[in-house]
Structure formats: C-alpha cells, structure tokens
Design a protein around this ligand. Sequence first.
Ligand code: NAP
Length: 490
Amino acid sequence: MTQTAPEALALDGLDVPTRLLIAGEWRDAAAGAVINVVNPSDTSVLASIADAEVEDGLAAVDAAAAAFPAWAGTAPRERAEILRRCFELMTERSEQLARLISLENGKALPDARGEVAYAAEFFRWYSEEAVRIIGDVSTSPSGSNRILVQHQPIGVTALITPWNFPAAMATRKLAPALAAGCTAVLKPAALTPLTSLAIAQLMVDAGVPAGVVNVITTSRTGAVMGPVIADPRVRKLSFTGSTEVGRHLLRQAADNVLKCSMELGGNAPFLVFDDADLDKAVDGAMVAKMRNGGQACTAANRIYVQRGVDEEFARRLTERMSALRVGPGTDPATEVGPLVDEASVRKVDELVRDAVGQGARLLTGGRAPQAEGFFYLPTVLTNVPLSARMVSGEIFGPVASIIPFDTEEEAIAAANDSEYGLAAYVFSEDLRRALRVSERIESGMVAINRGLVSDPAAPFGGVKQSGLGREGAHQGLLDFTETKYIALDW
Ligand code: NAP
C-alpha cells in the first residue's frame, strides 16, 4: 500500500523527522512506502517513516558527491565550529533525545542519557580534531629531496549503523567524517531510525550545509545499499554491526576496493583473579554485562572467575542482578528495559536453555516475565560448560555466564579461544599481573579493574573477526582520510 510518512513526529517538544534527508531536504521515499517503528516496551507503533528505494539511495549519493568539493574545501575552523554547534544542540536536546532512544530501542533512561552524553562528545572531540589534521615533512634518507605527507578527505562515505546505540554509533562516524572534510550517506538500523533522523535534524540546525549529511531509512537494506556501495563515487564504507553482515559487506566493497572500517561483533572475556577486589569486580561486571541490558558489542559475554572466589563472586552478582528493576525503558524506576525485539528474546532464551541443558546452574532469572513487551529477566548462570553455545557466540541480553578457572595460563587460553577480539576485562589488585595478562589477550581493547572501555578520545575497535580500523581518538579521524605523499625537490 502506498502511504507517505507524516512530516514529523512531535515528542516532548522535539520534532523528529520521519522522511529521508537528501540534499538538505526532507523527502518522501520515491515509492511513497513506510516502515513502522515499534516501541519494544509495549509493542505499540511509535511512528511510520519513509521506506527508501534504490533510487533514493542513489539520489543521496548524488547529493553527497555534489556537496563534497565545497565541504572538503571549507576551512577546518569552520567545520570545527559547525561540529561544536552540533555538540551544543545535542546537549540542549539531550533529555528529549534520551527519551526518544528509550522509546525506540527500549533501553532504560539512565542508559539512554549516558548514550546521549557519549554520542554528543564525539561532536565535541572531533570539533577539536578538525583543526589538527597534521601531516609532516622530512628529508629523504638520500638527502636528495623532501617527503611531504598530507591527509586528505577520502570523499563520499557510506555509513551503516546498528540499533543498539542508535545515537552514538551515528555520531562516532558522522563527526570524524565531517571533521575530515568528507560527505556522508547514513543508513541507520530499521529498528531504531528515529534517533538518527533527530540527530540529522540537529546537524541541519547547526549549519551543516545541504548534501553533506544525507539519511536513508529502508526496509530493503541489501537491495538499497548494494547500489550505494557499488557506486564509484563512494570511496569509503564504515559499518558497525554483526560480523556476519560485515563479511558480506567486505565482499561487496572488494569490487571497488573501498576503504573499509568494520566495527563488528564481540565476545568479551571478563577475567576475575583471586587477588581481585571482589566488590570492584562485581561493580565492573554489572556495568560490563548490564549496560543496555547486555545488548552491547563490548558486553562481558564470558565471565571467567578463579576457583576459590567463584562461589562468592556468583553469590554477590546474583544478589545484584536479581534486585534490578525490569520495566519499560521510559519509566523512571526502570533499571533494565526490554530487548529490542521478539527474536532477541527467543534467541537469549534458547541460549540459556542450551547452557542449562548442558549442566550450567541457574542462580536467578532464566525466563521472560509475563508482560507485554520484549522483556527477559536478568539471569546468572554458573559452571557454564565451554561447549555451551553462549560461550562461543554473542548473548546480547541480560545473561551473566560464569565459568570457573584454575590458573592464569588457563584463563588467557580460554579468553583467546574465540574468533572475536573486541573488548576484554581483567580484575586483579596486582597491576603486574593485570598488565601481563592484558598484553597477551587478543583484543583491541582491555579494561583493567573497570567495566567500561568506551571513550571518544580513545581508539575503539577490534582484532580478529571483531573488525578493521578504529573509531574515536585521532585515529578515527585519519580513517576518513587518504594519505598523500608528495616528493619535493626545492
Ligand atoms: P546487523 O544485523 O549486522 O545490522 C547492522 C546494520 O547493517 C543495520 O543498519 C542493518 O540494516 C544493516 N544491514 C544488514 N544487512 C545489510 C546488507 N545486506 N547491506 C547493507 N546493510 C545491511 O547488526 P545489529 O543486529 O543491528 O547490531 C548488533 C551487532 O552489532 C552485534 O553483533 C554487535 O556486537 C555489533 N556492534 C558492534 C559494535 C562495535 O563497535 N564493534 C558496536 C555496536 C554493535 P537493517 O536494520 O535494515 O537490518
């Protein structure tokens, strides 16, 4: 059925666009189709938004290509000031944006507020980096000439983001892309597009010129993004999402030899040694496991605890997990919201049943409560066998899986026994041990005695099948540039 999306959704004083942003205009999709966005806390339809076709995707590339030369030629200070205004507007609108995230993603308001602050920080950080794209000059070893190195904006970029951090995953790409002088076609997840649309509106309000940022929402993702990625004017693909889709996109990107950044899945080991401060370790596990109800690529997926402290750790973690208040994301009393959709609830429940069936001990939770919405109770399992499916794959839900170990060597080997290598956590009061273990863990990031690694000023990313490239820090900016070398004789 042909329908058009309403012009905007009014939410707590925030106008949330529901159409496509192409060349500075909010447009209906070419075929006039819509996607319904569902509130996972009660399964109601929150909004109907434009459902883009192939021609809309290509129109967005046209707009980004047309805007690129002028944007790349803008003074870095001007780009910096526009990004700074994005930070200020995002901060001003933070409460409405947090509620919007809670509504479409389901996460509890404190998590949503944390995400907005984190997401806004990418605008501030890259407003500061935009004026520090520094190359270098050196004398060649032979002394015959100079070597001049510059970092130039790569061009039109395609940015694809997941539903679990709808604000932060968008700004973590948009801010460095714009700071470098690139233009963008952003494709947010179909489950949570409203936050990206609201961010795009604030970028327009902050003075981002027409065509520099374009946003495409679609239910036919592969069909619409395939031609965008194949368009020779697109020079970079930056993707955050599952390893499975990442592999598929890398194959597509190979045809035009696109520069790729891939922020993919994780299976973070969380190591607690018997010399750890157990209160700190339990606090860390609550953050590393339960941020976003466990739906984070950095979530502690395998909690290895040294024998001797494993029972006590499990007891304290169970006490904390079973006391968490589960409810609708926007309810101020809620500490854990729903999962994003029904398929996620089914998948988490299957993983729990598989582990229990193989001998894991269920200490709390282990089921979906009787409520409307996609809820799953905070769950703790101990003595999880290594053959359980949740040990080798992402749980992506509020389930803590505890596995006892005896020696440091055994813990390191177990931590590294994964195709993933995104984040890892080490708890020990012996810093020599913590650093020794951190150096041997195969992951892009390690947190010692804390449950959080994400920071806009730090290089975020994984090794092995968790991805390619880094986001955040100065490196995140350089990943949107090409290095140009000029051999110089003067
Ligand atoms: P996903 O299914 O891989 O989807 C991610 C994005 O890719 C969505 O926008 C999706 O669109 C799009 N997509 C799917 N198929 C595509 C195709 N054929 N061509 C182009 N785009 C396509 O992942 P998700 O379920 O949204 O997110 C969860 C995953 O993301 C987890 O594995 C998590 O670990 C990972 N993640 C990684 C990081 C990191 O920084 N490393 C951060 C957050 C999340 P649709 O919405 O239309 O399907």
